[in-house]
Design a protein around this ligand. Sequence first.
Ligand code: CDT
Length: 307
Amino acid sequence: MARNLHVAAAQLGPIQKTDDRKSAVNRLLALLRQAAAKKAELVVFPELALTTFFPRWFVENISDADHWYETEMPSPITAPLFDEAKKLGVGFCLGYAELTPSKQRFNTQILVDQKGVVVAKYRKVHIPGHEENEPDRPFQHAERYYFAPSDEGFGVWKAFGGRIGMMICNDRRWPESYRVMGLQGVEMILCGYNTPLHYVPDPSQDVLQGFHNALVMQSGAYQNGTFVVGVAKGGVEEGVDSLADSSIIAPSGEILAKTQTNSDEVITAVCDLDWCANYKSTLFDFDRYRRPEVYGRITGQRGAILG
Ligand code: CDT
């Protein structure tokens, strides 16, 4: 008997600076309805899906940026998404900027079940970019100014008939992200992203962005026997072109579905979560083959130590 989870990757095209939350929520609602019409049970939205990617600008005083963050979830503006998901009987995963009552700032993703209840929250661990104003850049990627790195790490939650994990954008490039979830028996990892295409000064690297995106998610899926759902906010946002290429990846590492555009687009796949066991019980039988006793450096040090 298959343990099927029909999942949708709901890619967004750009959200411009002048686009308000209401228009973003309306687009998410349209994607949610499209996914539900395709019989998806879980809809995955991108990182920072309610606003433009605001870390590309710098403000002298961080509190001047408070309006980009959510202080409650759901809020009066996001409530229609929760209500519609409940009405349609679909769950969703949503990325947004979170401002806590104690004024901590996180890049956050939540998992909402088919009843509209938040069942899991993940805060981004690997924060890329820079923390200082670097005005000479064509655009800023000041995530390290706007977000604290989470110390909570990577959780896995029993939901949607399986074991679901979450990560956000840059986390997908680190094998540790997948493995920490793999060691909790993860069966599907949900990952939203915003990946600028021209951040690296050497233009020859640009062409590799799509390749690297697929490379990390496909290998992470295979090496941990898990599905991975990677969902972009792509296209040209405030003059910055961003990678699309949202995809749903099987535990074999194969891509089951991939977006064709860099705009709002829904793709789906029926994922038999029992597939994961085939990989987790053979080459990647962790209990049998892993050697944690010789992996001490992975948690014992940060950078390379040259002998
Ligand atoms: N949002 C995010 O984490 N983006 C990074 C690119 C950062 S470029 C400094 C990524 O890994 O795609």
